[in-house]
Every structure is written in C-alpha cells, then in structure tokens.
Design a protein around this ligand. Structure first.
Ligand SMILES: Nc1ncnc2c1ncn2[C@@H]1O[C@H](COP(=O)(O)OP(=O)(O)OP(=O)(O)O)[C@@H](O)[C@H]1O
Ligand SMILES: [Mg+2]
Length: 265
C-alpha cells in the first residue's frame, strides 16, 4: 500500500522571507516522508500586475481575475514561483518536480462565480500524476493554476492555493494538511490563535466574520480536506523549522502549542 501523503501549502506571504521551510521539506523527504507541496504566490503576482499597470482586487481572499490578470497569474505562479521553488529544493539536495493543476489533468475546475472572472472552483481531481511522482521518490510542487470549460472553450483558470491544497489532500486521503502562513493560526476575536477547532467551530469563524480575507479559503479548504483526511494544521511559516517540528513533533507525541488544529469530529 502506498504511504499516506502529507500535503503542505506554502503561503506566498512567507515565501522569500528566507524561512526554513524548504530545508525542512528536504530533511523530511530524506526521512522517507511522502510530501506534496502546493504553493501560493499572491505577493509575487501582485508585484507583476503592478509592474504591468494592471489594477487588481480581492473578494473574500480570492483575486478577481479578468483575461489579462489570468495571463499574469499563470506566468507568475506556474512559471516564476514554481520554478524558483523547485530549483531551491534541488539546490538543498531534495528531489522535486514542478507541475500545475493543468498537468496530467490534475485539477479540473469551473468558474466559481461570473463576477470573479476566471477564478476556478475545482470540480474533479486526478491525483495520478502526484502518485507517480511520489512513488518515484519525487516531491511534487504544485502551482494552483487549473483549467476548465468557459462558454464552450477550455481555458486556464485561477485557483487559490489553499483551495487546491484542500482538494488535493481530499483526493489523496492525506495523512495531514499543513498550511504555512504569516500568522500563528486562526485568531479568535481577541487576536489570540485558537488551539483547536472542529468542523462547526471552523465554519463559525467564517460565519461570524472573525476569519476574513485570506483565512476564508484556508478554512473552506480545511473542511474539504477533512472529508478524507484526519487533521489540518494552520501554522506560522515565519517560525524557524515550524514545518519539521510540526511533523516530527507529532510523531513523538509532543503536545504542540503553536498554530491551530482542525479536526473532523
Ligand atoms: N481570524 C483570522 N486569524 C488569522 N489570520 C486571519 C484571520 N482572518 C483573516 N486573516 C488573514 O489571513 C491572512 C493569511 O492569508 P493570506 O492569503 O494573506 O496568506 P497565504 O495564504 O499564506 O499566502 P498566499 O495567499 O500568497 O498563498 C493573514 O495574514 C491575516 O491577515
Ligand atoms: Mg492566501
């Protein structure tokens, strides 16, 4: 039987901060862990949109994506960010292959709502390419660009990295989904990170407005992942070795203090 995968979403908000995440990924791979990386890259994408004088806006954490924005999103995420990550992992001695949701039919999507433009909502996941790479000892590094049919024409679609990570974790029945981001978990009304949430508690965070913007797709993705996965963690990617400690710490039954854990019970 294939080993259960751990899906790691790397937030664009922490990428480039010289954090230790890539070192941790390589170390964990060498220990024999099956890792699937899904990355964001909102910051890099926004920088390129600004250079090209294309105005941009977000609704509930998702980028409104017209035809011109879509081209820049695909180039930034599927190109620059994805390749820089793969090269950096390889430079550290890891084995990685970059791909996007378009490759090998990985993520098939449809338009989420017409007002959002080319923003995709995932309708089907084919995890075959990920399984092939994992079996061959590679770490797939996934850019969350997908594809789908819009008015009878197949086109690229812009999918949020969290959404892609949640769907991939669900399709792989992953052991765990970990979001590395630029906050220390889901904050409650008093700005403290909540240690543990169940499904109802997580939904409440959105309904009450306590979770907003970029936290909304993370919680929604967690709910998707928990249909087959046991646990989701939202942790601070800015903390040195946060990823390694989260994965190996749990194996050693160490009680973790940081971050938010979401479980399905
Ligand atoms: N209740 C909450 N607790 C913590 N953070 C919250 C909450 N509600 C909203 N947020 C916001 O969510 C942000 C994290 O999501 P964001 O989309 O900005 O980063 P990311 O997903 O890690 O990166 P990327 O989108 O580039 O992949 C935090 O910086 C914070 O501003
Ligand atoms: Mg985000």
């Amino acid at each position: 039987m294939q080993k259960k995968a751990i899906v790691v979403k790397i937030g664009g908000s922490t990428l480039g901060n010289r954090d230790t995440t890539l070192e941790d990924l390589v170390e964990l791979q060498k220990q024999g862990k099956s890792l699937v990386v899904v990355h964001g890259g909102a910051k890099v994408t926004s920088e390129w949109l600004a250079r090209l004088s294309i105005p941009t806006s977000f609704v509930d954490g998702l980028r409104v994506t017209d035809a011109e924005t879509l081209k820049v999103v695909a180039a930034a995420l599927g190109g620059l960010v994805n390749k820089e990550l793969v090269v950096a992992i390889q430079a550290l001695g890891g084995k990685a292959v970059g791909l996007s949701g378009c490759d090998g039919n990985l993520l098939w999507a449809s338009v989420k709502s017409p007002e959002m433009g080319y923003v995709g909502e995932i309708v089907a996941v084919d995890p075959t390419p990920l399984k092939l790479l994992l079996n061959a000892g590679y770490m797939p590094v996934v850019a969350p660009i997908s594809f789908g049919s819009v008015e009878g024409r197949v086109t690229l679609l812009n999918v949020n990295g969290d959404t892609a990570a949640g769907e991939i974790a669900a399709a792989l029945a992953a052991e765990k989904l970990i979001f590395l981001t630029d906050v220390d978990g889901i904050h409650d009304g008093s700005e403290r990170a909540v240690q543990k949430l169940n499904l109802a508690g997580a939904k409440d965070m959105i309904a009450s407005g306590i979770a907003f913007g970029g936290m909304i797709p993370k919680i929604e993705a967690s709910l998707r992942a928990l249909t087959t996965s046991k646990v989701v963690r939202i942790i601070d990617g800015r903390v040195a070795h946060a990823l390694r400690d989260d994965i190996t710490g749990q194996a050693r039954q160490i009680v973790k203090s940081g971050g938010t854990t979401i479980v399905s019970e």
